[in-house]
Design a protein around this ligand. Structure first.
Ligand code: NDP
Ligand code: 8X3
Length: 252
């Protein structure tokens, strides 16, 4: 693992953070990205005891910032073997007729266009080397649409389509592309969706055992450590209590 460099977007929280922690223990060299500088620095301090860690602060919506950050990586971190496109969130849970344009912009700009900008900044070095691995974090919301999920579900359906498109286009270069699509994972996701309303966020995970970020980190470790001839193209992982986007076996 020592020779593999993994770049994780959205490493300051939830799935990305748990993945950074697990991958550091496993000895991967890490490039950790996010906007909250204090959290990035704390991670670098902590995980730097286990592996080499470089931190990058940029907003995935800002294409020039993305390009410059990746282009400016120091030599020892500049060869990215594995890209984990994880940064993203839902913003709001409203019926389409009451949707807020700023929320729509945020979800499409971050979850879809941000993923594209980061990928575009890294794919050329992978095609040149004819090797690399891209893992997009999709969602069960990219497989099914649920009430009031409209634009978030659309953004994750776009991730689903882009994963397939990237896999097809990058196939001649021997680059692996796949998606991990989680169901309900208890992270800051719902706090962001409900704009800091903790009671609403907590209610999402009540009455059943949700996934935790570490479950997805372990899944990503499995995906990344398959032999070179094996690509995990598309993986859906849910809590046992979740049968579909809307069907949950909850305590009364
Ligand atoms: P969190 O809110 O805990 O983490 C989101 C991460 O994305 C943070 O590190 C945040 O960092 C980063 N991020 C958000 N916006 C931007 C931006 N504009 N630029 C750069 N980084 C950004 O949520 P999760 O860990 O749950 O979410 C991670 C991914 O998993 C998302 O793509 C989400 O859609 C997906 N997912 C989540 C599920 C869940 O139930 N939790 C289920 C299925 C998929 P910072 O704020 O520091 O920039
Ligand atoms: C996150 C899972 O069901 O809240 O993508 O959309 S859900």
């Amino acid at each position: 693992m020592e020779n593999k460099t993994v770049l994780i977007t959205g490493a300051t929280s939830g799935i990305g953070r748990a993945t950074a922690i697990l991958f550091a223990v496993k000895g991967f060299r890490l490039v950790l990205c996010g906007r909250r500088q204090d959290r990035l620095e704390a991670l670098q301090l902590e995980l730097g005891k286990k592996t080499q860690v470089h931190i990058l602060n940029f907003d995935v919506r800002e294409k020039e910032a993305v390009k410059n950050a990746i282009a400016g990586l120091p030599k020892e971190f500049s060869k990215i073997d594995v890209l984990i496109n994880n940064a993203g969130n839902a913003h709001g849970l409203d019926p389409i007729q009451e949707g807020i344009e700023e929320d729509w912009d945020a979800m499409m700009d971050i979850n879809v266009k941000g993923l594209l900008y980061v990928s575009k900044a890294i794919i050329p070095q992978m095609t040149e080397r004819t090797s690399g691995h891209i893992i997009n974090i999709g969602s069960t919301a990219g497989k099914e649409v649920y009430p009031k999920g409209n634009v978030y579900c659309a953004s994750k359906h776009a991730v689903d389509a882009l994963t397939t498109g990237m896999r097809i286009d990058l196939n001649p270069f021997g680059i692996k592309v796949g998606a991990v699509n989680p169901g309900a994972v208890e992270t800051e996701f719902s706090n962001v969706r409900f704009k800091g309303d903790d009671a609403k966020a907590d209610a999402v995970y009540m009455g059943f055992d949700p996934l935790v970020a570490e479950d997805i980190a372990e899944t990503l470790l499995f995906v990344v450590t398959r032999p070179s001839h094996v690509n995990i193209a598309d993986l859906v992982i849910t809590p046992t209590a979740q049968a579909s986007a809307t069907v949950f076996n909850k305590d009364d």
